[in-house]
Ligand binder design. Sequence first.
Ligand code: NAD
Length: 311
Amino acid sequence: MIQGTYEIFMRIAERHFNNSLKGRFILTAGLGGMGGAQPLAGRMADAVILCVEIDPERIARRLANGFLDAHAHDLASAIAMVDAARAEGRATSIGLNGNAAEVYEALLDRKIIPDVVTDQTSAHDLVYGYVPAGRSLAEVSRMRSEDPKTLMQESRATIVRHVGAMLGFKRAGAVVFDNGNLIRTQAFEGGVTNAFDIPIFTEAYLRPLFARAIGPFRWISLSNDRDDIRKIDDRLLQAFPDNHILTNWIALAREHVPFEGLPARIAWLGHGERTSLAVAVNRMVRDGALSGPIAFTRDHLDAGAMAHPNI
Ligand code: NAD
């Protein structure tokens, strides 16, 4: 998720911002299991990223693991923190506790237009994922079992406002995209007939790479040896010095991405390049250059995901 999100931000930088997000403002929401990668990816992409999250515990978790740099106590201080970081060209990530629909609307009302807007709340699930405006987490938790029908209606009504604000940002010139959480579909079903004016990240930014057979895959040290991942990093940098996406990513990942569980790395390589790396690693295992076996896996962001119209 960190790398996928990072690559989307970098493709946006290339296409819309002269290759750099320095001093640029990304607005997003949702700091859950997957969405929690956004602040780190945004900071790695050199941007100022504001992440709205309804659950304070999710913010605390991302502050604790270093993915989030700072926590704003209210909207006014969030805006001040964003402005200060932008003025200094300082990359940073800021968490703000609140409902995304309400915060997006409040920013739009104040005519504060971010450079890039997306969202990674669990909008695909109107009962167990998304939290409607005006409801506390405790109320939502109770409604999940006692009144899921009302909860669904309220979630959809809030998503209509949420996507309405995203469309407003788009009209005002922001680069707005759907990050694979079905928010456009939910809004469309709630009556926002132009919800699909917002492009989806796959179609807008990643399909062109897939069309050139460039996609993500990952490898894991099954013997739990971090040094093996480092040696494969070195091998990659030697083997593909002209692959800018790869060399850029490996340097950043080494510096910023913590190992969680077994040491692993993900990278984007093209057709033929993936095979050549796998064969080289096989040889390194056989020759004893690595301490144990390496598992290669696909990523969920594969050709199937890429071909799906709405993911
Ligand atoms: P999650 O349920 O772990 O996290 C969602 C977060 O959104 C939670 O922390 C929740 O408190 C917060 N939230 C819900 N409603 C909110 C609201 N109105 N305002 C502010 N915060 C709100 O989910 P996840 O694993 O992080 O995934 C998020 C979404 O992204 C899902 O819809 C998922 O399907 C999608 N997804 C996309 C990709 C991709 O490739 N782009 C990959 C994985 C997941």
